[in-house]
Design a protein around this ligand. Structure first.
Ligand code: FPP
Ligand code: MG
Length: 297
């Protein structure tokens, strides 16, 4: 079914313009998490494949724009489209992908069309917050959660509730599952930036803080530090770290238990996701969560 989704995405792009197809071929495919979620919630049918293709096109568009905004030179371990073809091209390909996605979305029920459209508005607001919060250290937990909800969880929530609507299932329960999955996924992503190495990440480690992103482990770390160490942490914000500075940061992270506390919060969200769909008896969806929360970080 994933091949059918890939092929439909290709067809959609080609229907707009062959030049767009050429550029689209250079965009790495990614894990297709959202398409897989549709497949696990709704049985195979042409409209489910179409919904999955639409959502993946929107996600791809958002990443093309995000790489321009973040001035990222790599995406998934290879040069980003803005790096190889310039920001103008990357923005315009993003525009093509998401406007075509919306055109196809208009074939769906008002509930699905509105759920997905509203999610993209929030996604864009989330990116605005992400940029605003990257200007200065942002140590407010509530603001962090609001931002990751909008930037990451909202599209996964909309994917799950729209797929449930197509399958005639409980849209609220699946939406809640998707929301908690998205939040937990983003927290784990933020943790991996700290505990993984460059080879595993496909991008430099400890990149978030340097890019101005104060993620949950940094918020917890700050809360646990002495005044003196807080000053040192602040001095490292948005800085290319020397080896001794990176080591200090990792040491303090380890001492404070900030990573464990973040993982533990992600696990709590994972359990809430499992609770939301407990009555559905969907082993595949349960496994998505247990794979994430039962491994070591
Ligand atoms: C990645 O965040 C960014 C997102 C998940 C959302 C980006 C959203 C927009 C640009 C809004 C516009 C939407 C459309 C449909 C055009 P990140 O920078 O923290 O993660 P990364 O490491 O993957 O770059
Ligand atoms: Mg980015």
């Amino acid at each position: 079914m994933l091949e059918k989704i890939e092929s439909l995405m290709h067809t959609f792009v080609n229907e707009v313009d062959p030049l767009a197809t050429e550029l689209y071929a250079k965009v790495p495919k990614g894990k297709r998490l959202r398409a897989k979620l549709v497949m696990k919630i709704a049985p195979e049918a042409q409209e489910n494949i179409k919904l999955a293709a639409i959502i993946e096109l929107i996600h791809a568009a958002s990443l093309l724009h995000d790489d321009v905004i973040d001035e990222a030179v790599t995406r998934r371990g290879i040069a980003s489209l803005n790096a190889t073809h310039g920001s103008k091209t990357a923005v315009m390909l993003g525009d093509i992908l998401y406007s075509k996605a919306f055109s196809e979305l208009s074939d769906f029920s008002p509930f699905i069309a509105k759920t997905v459209s509203d999610a993209v508005s929030k996604l864009s607001a989330g990116e605005l917050l992400d940029v605003a919060y990257s200007e200065a250290l942002q140590l407010d937990e509530a603001k962090y959660f609001d931002m990751i909800y909008k930037k990451t969880a909202v599209l996964i929530e909309a994917t799950a509730s729209s797929a449930a609507a197509l399958a005639g299932k409980d849209t609220k329960a699946f939406g809640l599952y998707g929301k908690n999955l998205g939040l937990a996924f983003q927290i784990i992503d933020d943790v991996l930036d700290i505990v993984s190495d460059e080879a595993t990440l496909g991008k430099p480690a400890l990149a978030d803080f340097k890019e101005g992103k104060t993620t949950l482990p940094y918020i917890y770390l700050y809360q646990s530090l002495s005044e003196q160490d807080r000053k040192r942490l602040i001095s490292l914000y948005r800085k290319a770290l020397e080896e001794d500075e990176a080591n200090w940061l990792k040491e303090k992270m380890a001492e404070s238990g900030a990573v464990e506390k973040s993982v533990s919060y992600a696990r709590t969200l994972g359990y809430e996701a499992l609770d939301a769909i407990a009555h559905e008896k969907n082993d595949d969806l349960e496994k998505v969560i247990t794979d994430m929360i039962e491994r070591e970080y």
